[in-house]
Design a protein around this ligand. Structure first.
Ligand code: GLN
Length: 224
């Protein structure tokens, strides 16, 4: 049996995720206890064959509109709400998964999964995009120098259910209310979200490797 990781390919930076997962499979296969493959997902049939789904960065309004217009929204909704499935949303993917948006909420019909309130474009416009090295070693072993790219990135403003949602990374910068900016979190043990783009760290596959080991493989063995 092969575990299939799908990357939602309606819009946005999906190919970079596919390449990172492919590299993990080639370079780290000896460390994985199951066979893995990666596919792009554009329809119900492709989704049906997946154990995990990565929702990439891009534009959450477009992603949601395309999903609704193509009739794919309800299949996506059911997939992400199934605890047997493993989910990772980056940037627009995080927005698309969230329950509440604090700004421009009417523009995005979300998948209503992640129990948080999110602020879109929290760092400003495209020109304020940046890449910075962060220490993620509190949740990814030995990963103290990861280049994280933020592009019109959202932040998590509020955790709506602290029992289910755990903050993984909070930046020291503060928002208007003096809160640190939450840029990575997990819900239960099968849902990961990041404001930034680990798939844009050109030669660095540590984040994707950690997602595969910590989320995809563990969640698969939980329901085996
Ligand atoms: N890089 C990104 O995914 C940007 C997200 C975009 N600002 C949105 O609201 O969907």
């Amino acid at each position: 049996m092969t575990i299939v990781i799908g990357v939602l390919a309606l819009q946005g930076a999906f190919i970079e995720h596919v390449r990172h997962v492919e590299r993990c499979i080639v370079e780290n296969k000896d460390q994985y206890n199951e066979k893995l493959s990666v596919i792009t997902v554009r329809d119900k049939d492709q989704l049906a064959g997946c154990n995990a789904l990565v929702i990439p960065g891009g534009e959450s309004t477009s992603m949601s509109l395309i999903a609704q217009r193509t009739g794919f929204y309800s299949d996506l909704y059911n997939f992400v709400h199934d605890p047997k499935k493993t989910i990772w949303g980056t940037c627009a993917g995080l927005i698309f998964l969230s329950q509440q948006l604090s700004n421009e909420a009417k523009l995005v019909k979300t998948l209503d999964l992640l129990k948080v309130k999110v602020k879109r474009n929290a760092f400003g416009r495209q020109a304020q995009s940046f890449t910075q090295t962060y220490d993620f070693s509190s949740f990814i072993p030995n990963c103290n120098d990861f280049p994280a790219t933020f592009i019109r990135a959202p932040v998590i403003e509020k955790i709506l259910d602290p029992e289910e949602v755990q903050v993984l990374c909070k930046l020291e910068e503060k928002d208007n209310s003096g809160q640190g900016l939450i840029v990575a979190a997990k819900q239960n043990d099968n849902i990961l979200v990041t404001s930034f783009h680990p798939e844009l760290a050109e030669t660095d596959i540590r984040f994707h490797d950690w997602f595969i080991k910590e989320f995809v493989l563990k969640n698969f063995s939980r329901y085996k």
